[in-house]
Design a protein. Sequence first.
Length: 57
Amino acid sequence: MKPGERAADEKQENEERKEWNKDDSDARTYARNQAARLRPAVEERQTNTARGKVTHR
C-alpha cells in the first residue's frame, strides 16, 4: 500500500467513526430523555403506594 492510499483510507475511517459516534450520542440523548420523561410517573407511583393508595386495578 502506498502512503497516499493509506492516508485516504485513514481519512475514510475517521469520517465513518465520526458518523458512528454521532449516532451513538443521538441514541444516548434519546434514552436519557425517555428516562427523564418516565421518571416522574415512577416517582408518583412510589409515593402513592407508600401512602397505601391503590395505583392499579
